[in-house]
Write a protein that binds this ligand. Structure first.
Ligand SMILES: [Mn+2]
Length: 322
């Protein structure tokens, strides 16, 4: 059942012992949403925790680390934030599948897997919906709540650059700045500082990039042996898939990464001409109009994965007649 912000807030007021679930390969949005919502519920005198995310990287760890649920915590109300589908829940959340009380999300591909669902695809970041819930709950916006919110909205909009940025995104950011947080320092840490390993991977990507469809499609392959040799971590790869689309004329950037466990991750970034979520859906994934992802199971070779994603991208062009 779909609910409004007001109905969601009402449900939260009437419940307690909250456990907040985030998605695999957590980004700033899912982690920031969890941090801000957990602290807001606590400010209301509720018991609230965030389920530990095994993939959490140092970049975002401080947003939820102090809020991690004890191993014996028995939740009374389950929430998921920024989780596009049930199979995007972390492995340690598998036992909660099928019983999420409230799904809060902004992915248009969300199948509404919760008992209650608050899904707004027009929100640039899921954290914008969290902000509206916090307002509806009447919880004062403290700097401690504003920081995870700001990290979430800024990272999901590429520091307010992407086309998913709306008036509301800026309203949320403005409210966060109103608490006195240092956005210059936060943005420098989030968007400017890169580890040397990351820059070496960017160099490799640029060197080995392939072009198709009149140079409108760029394909970058991140091979496991290169990643290991350079010493690049998951954190180093954060939003590296934005790079192919930076090239003038490229409308679809396809980045394929060989994961440690043998699966292959596909990240698609597009310009307004191409629907990224359509490309990813035909590879078993999903996402947004300009950004999407999919994962090929272990056993599929990098070449085969590339062939399939490329075929899906060509198909997207075929359908749009471009
Ligand atoms: Mn998001």
């Amino acid at each position: 059942m779909n609910v409004t912000v007001r109905q969601a807030a009402e449900a939260l007021r009437g419940a307690d012992r909250f456990l907040i679930l985030t998605h695999r390969r957590p980004d700033g949005d899912t982690t920031g949403c969890a941090g801000a919502l957990c602290r807001s519920l606590r400010a209301m005198g509720k018991t609230a925790y965030v389920l530990e995310n095994p993939d959490l990287t140092p970049r975002y760890a401080n947003l939820t680390a102090p809020l991690a649920a004890p191993a014996d915590f028995a939740p009374g109300y389950l929430l998921s934030v920024d989780v596009a589908a049930e199979n995007m829940l972390t492995d340690n959340a598998a036992g909660f599948a099928g019983r999420i009380d409230l799904v809060i999300d902004h992915h248009r591909s969300n199948p509404m897997f919760g008992t209650y669902n608050l899904v707004r695809p027009e929100a640039g970041a899921c954290a914008e919906i969290i902000y509206d819930i916090i307002l509806a709950l009447g919880v004062p916006l403290t700097q401690q709540i504003a920081e995870p919110l700001y990290v979430a909205v800024s990272t999901d909009t590429g520091c307010f650059k992407f086309s998913n940025t709306t008036v509301h995104t800026h309203e949320v950011a403005a409210a966060c700045l109103g608490t006195g947080l240092d956005c210059g320092e936060l943005n420098r840490r989030l968007f400017e500082v890169k580890r040397w390993q990351r820059l070496q991977m960017e160099q490799l990507m640029i060197k080995t990039m392939e072009f198709y469809h009149d140079r409108r499609i760029a394909v970058a392959l991140l091979r496991r042996d290169d990643l290991d040799r350079v010493g690049a971590t998951e954190d180093d790869l954060d939003s590296i898939s934005a790079l192919p689309r930076m090239i003038e004329g490229v409308q679809a950037g396809l980045t394929l990464t060989e994961n440690k466990n043998g699966t292959i991750r596909v990240s698609v970034r597009t310009t307004k001409e191409v629907d990224a979520s359509a490309i990813c859906r035909s590879c078993g994934g999903g996402g947004h109009l300009r950004a999407g992802g999919a994962t090929f199971p272990a056993g599929v070779s990098l070449d085969e994965a590339k062939r399939q994603v490329l075929a899906a991208a060509e198909e997207a062009y075929h359908e749009s007649g471009l």
